[in-house]
Ligand binder design. Sequence first.
Ligand code: DO4
Ligand code: MG
Length: 302
Amino acid sequence: MNIVRYRTRESAEPRIGLHDDGHVAEVGGVGSLAELWASPLADLRARLTGGPLGDRVPLSEVDLLAPVDGTTEVWAAGVTYETSREARVEESERAATIYELVYDAERPELFFKSVPWRVVGPGGSLAVRADSAVDVPEPELALVVNRFGETVGYTVCNDMSSRSIEGENPLYLPQAKIYFGGCGLGPWITPVWEIEDPYDLTIEMTIGRNGEREWSGETSTSRLHRRLDDLVAYLMRGDVHPDGVVLSTGTCLVPEAPFTLADGDTVEIGISGVGVLRNTVVRGMPPGVNPADGHVAEGRQA
Ligand code: DO4
Ligand code: MG
């Protein structure tokens, strides 16, 4: 069972539902995911496993939206896998040691990644910045955390990154990481009670170009150098997240230099037991954005 945020073809209104066995059924009386994250985990579980549901419709008849709304922020952890540490030491021109220090430090690196309206959902277009030379997708397990700091679910995050901007100077991290089309989430949220062991999940990524496989890799969350609960505890320290928060837990797959994403690439990230997030890549602003009037089309379906 998965929690979905979706739209039917009849209405522009986002709905919240449950996906099971190729079908979606609306969760009655729930207007947003943020509303769900205001409940303790036990109440959420009782609500989703026992509450009334609407009619079942085939998944193919709805449009899935990014599973984040309200004021739920997306945060991310960095350098939580050895692979990420090595890749960043290699690309960093002047500050390689900071990545080694943070990998070993008690306090993890946590950074703000996105507000909900910037997040791209399944099937949407992710972007590489027009002013960046080297860009990679980062396939990551993301935790969905309620306002009480309890992990209630898992989703797939693509923490798109400019290696050239971050590599030039680590203080450029926000520019390397936070930009329109720089964060993908989806395709849905798998409740925490559906995943037996989050430290034993396979993460796979395939990048396609011109119909061919350009890069692929596979890893496991067993290689995570941190405890998930510790990452959440640090995120909740000295801060509040009334609409809950999504915390992406870092990448273990980094396509080797000189690989860089190109316009038209496809990125597919699968996490076992959770789902597969598929997106296309554009260079510059994704479709649906009109810089002249600031218009952003929610969902940005490709
Ligand atoms: O230290 C910069 C960001 C690291 C990151 O995003 C990752 O390790 O996944
Ligand atoms: Mg990352």
